[in-house]
Design a protein around this ligand. Structure first.
Ligand SMILES: [Zn+2]
Length: 346
């Protein structure tokens, strides 16, 4: 009796599970079909002047400013943009999206991708004074994938002017966020604003403009080195490099240049542009030059980095925040880079 009851229960229970699901596929199809025919849900209010969603996003992107970019990239959600970690991924997505919305040609690993992939080795954190830095821990041990982000504005010729800024920073260390607003969300915002201005003007440059956002700079220029080792276009097409790093602080109009004695045309273009807006951009003498222009100089390409003379203020500390950013200084740097680009590529 007992066994029979259990058997019937089992049979019934099994039926309860199986019977309604017989012919599931057809029922599901029937249920979904009318939904598929319904108009799509409107997620965004498209202004009447915008013809398509793309135009709407593009106009939203064109209306952003360098200060918006700096705020977004130094926000806690970006986790200090440490190469090889989640924050870098979020920042690289932000950059790809902006380049896509602004209509730039993907110049990464293939003609459909803004991303140029590489791997980074192990590093360890070291304090030099109060500055957090990375030192190579095990150069042979590949640790994590990373991405440079590149997009182009096609010119009439194959010759290239490369405009770049590194977007990585130090991440979170011992529970402390290193936001890297000046180093180097400021340079990234500056380069994005130069792109926006050129896209708004809608003119075709003589030389092609490639905009590159390097990662791995804080670990020893790993992103730009990886690009020179494995470029997505022949390096001899690059006629000059203007790199932008930590431009948002200090005395207004007081900029410096890192460049070697072969940087000629790049230095001249930036200095002419600075003079036009009554700013100073002297080459900083000495050996403290420390950004991605070095990678290209070593490859024999004229390359310069524009920076604020007082770039060391709060550099590589938790205090490198929006609080030390000066809108006027960021706008002036953008004006200088824009004029230098016009000077070299138009
Ligand atoms: Zn740095």
């Amino acid at each position: 009796m007992q066994t029979r009851r259990i058997f019937l229960k089992m049979l019934f229970g099994l039926g309860a599970f199986t019977l309604p699901w017989i012919g599931f596929d057809n029922k599901l199809k029937a249920a979904i079909e009318p939904l598929m025919k319904q108009p799509k849900v409107k997620l965004y209010v498209v202004p009447p002047e915008a013809q398509t969603i793309y135009e709407y996003f593009q106009s939203a992107s064109l209306n952003r400013t360098a200060m918006d970019d700096i705020l977004a990239l130094s926000a806690p959600e970006m986790e200090g943009r440490r190469t090889g970690q989640a924050g870098e991924g979020k920042a690289s997505q932000y950059l790809s999206r902006e380049l896509s919305m602004l209509g730039l040609k993907p110049m990464g690993d293939n003609d459909k991708s803004y991303a140029h992939a590489f791997t980074i080795h192990e590093v360890k954190e070291t304090f030099v004074g109060n500055r957090l830095t990375f030192t190579v821990s095990n150069p042979d041990h590949l640790r994590a994938p990373s991405l440079n982000i590149l997009g182009g504005l096609m010119g009439d010729t194959e010759e290239i002017i490369l405009v770049s800024a590194h977007y990585d920073h130090l991440g979170i260390f011992e529970g402390q966020l290193y936001p890297g607003a000046n180093d180097n969300a400021s340079g990234v915002g500056c380069v994005l604003d130069v792109i926006r201005r050129l896209v708004r003007e809608n003119t075709v440059p003589k030389k092609t403009l490639v905009f590159a956002f390097w990662s791995g700079e804080e670990m020893g220029f790993l992103g730009s080195k990886a690009f020179v080792r494995n470029p997505s276009f022949p390096l001899d097409r690059i006629k000059a490099v203007i790199n932008v790093d930590t431009i948002g602080n200090g005395m207004i109009g007081n900029f410096g240049l890192w460049a070697d004695d072969k940087a000629g045309i790049a230095v001249e273009a930036v200095q002419k542009a600075a003079a036009e807006v009554s700013a100073s951009a002297m080459v900083v003498s000495g050996n403290g030059h420390n950004s991605d222009q070095i990678t290209f100089a070593k490859a024999g390409i004229p390359a310069v980095t524009l920076l604020a003379r007082e770039w060391l203020e709060n550099n590589h500390t938790t205090q490198d925040t929006m609080g030390i950013m000066k809108r006027e200084q960021v706008e002036l740097a953008t004006e200088i880079v824009y004029r230098a680009v016009r000077n070299l590529a138009f």
